[in-house]
Ligand binder design. Structure first.
Ligand code: DQQ
Length: 534
């Protein structure tokens, strides 16, 4: 399996070989999408970090260019770490990124395209005055926890603002810097935001969202119908969390809203593997697009054997849900042009304890959408405690544990006799006289190879099963299942490495392991063509 590269993806972004991590500086310039990313040119483990560079006209097919930013100055001689693009007025892109200096301190640097008439922007020039921001005894910033500048935004006072992730002991901090010329940056008296006991904030992202509709906004946009999103990547848990709130541009303070769906700590973009994510405003199509890194769940030894590690998740459009309490996410529309050989089922009953094979698609490289309707709510199981950890609930009640209403969903990467499968499903509960919908991605039987991390993931989906259909879409791609529940309310990405369910031995089922019947109101499945990537 390792030798024939069964786990290399067909339409997810990855280079031909070696290690990748965070997406960097995503942007669109003269109609060309740019993606830079953390890359080790020398192997399948983290190290020797440079900014690799690819471009695309559709966010699906990519060509690669030579590394754009690599150690060349004192200010980045020990590594070029994560950073972001800002499009200056007049359309000129610039990059702020973290450099590792000769004394292993993290500092913030600027790089600019050499030739603006080249839409591929293959050559980048470092600003000679780098570093522009650094930790000093005066500002009391921790120089080993000071990185990942955001896209800058312009305030009404014509000053640029940018955030840099940090920590002060265990207080997670987003330091704010201001500048009138992108050259001299002044640390604001107070950070934009900080939260106790969260540890290092990596890769902060701060952007406005529309309160009505899914149109994206430029990072400097302001107005009455605008809310703000602050996303942080928690080094201690390796998950991305966001809150929605208001931004006082005069005080330069961010205030997260109270009473968000799961409390004030923050929601997850993805309840599986997804880290160091970053959005950009697509000015061409007026949408905000989210990129995120999905690392491997295999052992380092296997990564070295297969010669690569890490992929980027399919870019997602993000916008504010009508409730104002969470973001919705959906794979970018363009990915649908890879669909072929559509399979479409008429509505049918999926009996309790049964499963149906989805025949006619390449089950290892597919896009599948199903929608369920439930009526037999008498059969729901009851949850008695006050609080439940949905991930634990999913791992306790795996797909093989018979339920009342659910589990029902997909068995992806299923082998012939179901010795291997990765199950993505819903299970409905009654919790304090309300219905609660749990969504799980169960990796417990994903592979006979036990050297993989097969943690099960889960989250509650904020929807009322008596009023709404339960929809599930999974993007399946050779070693990844990216699942969107409830039209993008909950997303879970999992990496799996079956030993039997590989290549043309992979099957796909819709299953119902509850006692109650459910109705499939529609099912659409497509094989996915291979994208041209790098
Ligand atoms: N990865 C980068 C850092 C960032 C971390 C280094 C997050 O800049 O904090 O490769 O994955």
């Amino acid at each position: 399996a390792l030798v024939n590269q069964a786990y290399r993806t067909g339409y997810h972004f990855q280079p031909p070989k070696n290690w990748i991590n965070d997406p960097n500086g995503p942007m669109v310039y003269k109609g060309i999408y740019h993606l830079f990313y953390q890359y080790n040119p020398k192997g399948a483990v983290w190290g020797n970090i440079v900014w690799a560079h690819s471009t695309s006209t559709d966010l699906v097919n990519w060509i690669s260019h030579k590394p754009a930013i690599f150690p060349s100055q004192q200010a980045d001689i020990n590594g070029c770490w994560s950073g972001s693009a800002t499009i200056l007025p007049g359309g000129k892109p610039v990059m702020l990124y973290t450099g590792i200096d000769p004394s292993e301190r993290q500092v913030q640097n600027l790089a600019m395209p050499k030739n603006l008439s080249d839409p591929y922007l293959t050559e980048w020039v470092k600003y000679p005055k780098n570093p522009l921001m650094l930790a000093t005894p005066m500002n009391r910033i921790n120089g080993s926890a000071f990185r990942d500048p955001t896209t800058a935004w312009l305030g009404p006072d014509k000053l640029w603002r940018v955030l840099v992730g940090s920590r002060d002991n265990r207080v997670g901090v987003a330091y704010l810097y201001k500048s009138k010329d992108f050259d001299h940056w002044n640390l604001a008296k107070e950070p934009l935001h900080s939260v106790e006991r969260t540890g290092m904030w990596e890769c902060p992202d701060f952007f406005p969202v529309n309160t009505d509709g899914f149109e994206g906004l430029d990072t400097s946009a302001r107005g009455k119908r605008v809310k703000y999103v602050l996303k942080i990547s928690l080094d201690e848990t390796k998950h991305d969390y966001y809150t929605i709130g208001t931004y006082d541009v005069v005080k330069d303070k961010y205030f997260p809203d109270k009473g968000m769906v799961e409390g004030d700590e923050g929601l997850r973009y993805d309840y599986g593997k997804f880290y160091a994510s970053k959005t950009f405003f697509d000015d061409e199509k007026k949408r905000r697009i989210l990129w995120g890194w999905t690392n491997e769940s295999s052992s380092v030894k296997d990564d070295v054997l297969k010669g690569w590690s890490g992929i980027q998740a399919i870019p997602r459009s993000v916008w504010l849900d009508k409730s104002g309490k969470k973001l919705l996410q959906w794979p970018i529309k363009e990915i649908e042009k890879l669909r072929e050989n559509q399979v479409n089922w008429p509505s049918k009953i999926l009996e309790g304890g049964s499963k149906l094979e989805v025949i006619g698609v390449t089950a290892g490289q597919a896009d599948v959408e199903v929608s369920f309707e439930v009526s037999d709510l008498k059969k729901v199981e009851v949850l008695k405690k006050k609080h439940y950890n949905p991930q634990l609930l999913c791992s306790k009640n795996s797909a093989s544990v018979r339920g009342g209403l659910g589990p029902f969903g997909f068995l992806t990467f299923a082998s012939n006799c179901l010795r291997e499968y990765t199950a993505v499903f819903f299970r409905i509960y009654n919790h304090r006289n309300k219905h609660k919908v749990l969504m799980c991605s169960d990796q417990s039987r994903s592979s006979l190879n036990k050297h993989n991390d097969n943690t099960t993931y889960g989250a509650f989906v904020d929807l009322d099963p008596t009023q709404e259909k339960l929809s599930l879409r999974s993007l399946i791609d050779r070693s990844i299942v990216e699942s969107f529940g409830g039209g993008g309310k909950v997303v879970i990405s999992s990496r799996v490495y079956p030993t039997l369910a590989i290549d043309n031995q992979i099957k796909l089922f819709v299953f119902n392991n509850g006692t109650a019947n459910v109705k499939i109101t529609s099912l659409n499945a497509w094989s996915m063509k291979k994208a041209q990537i790098n």
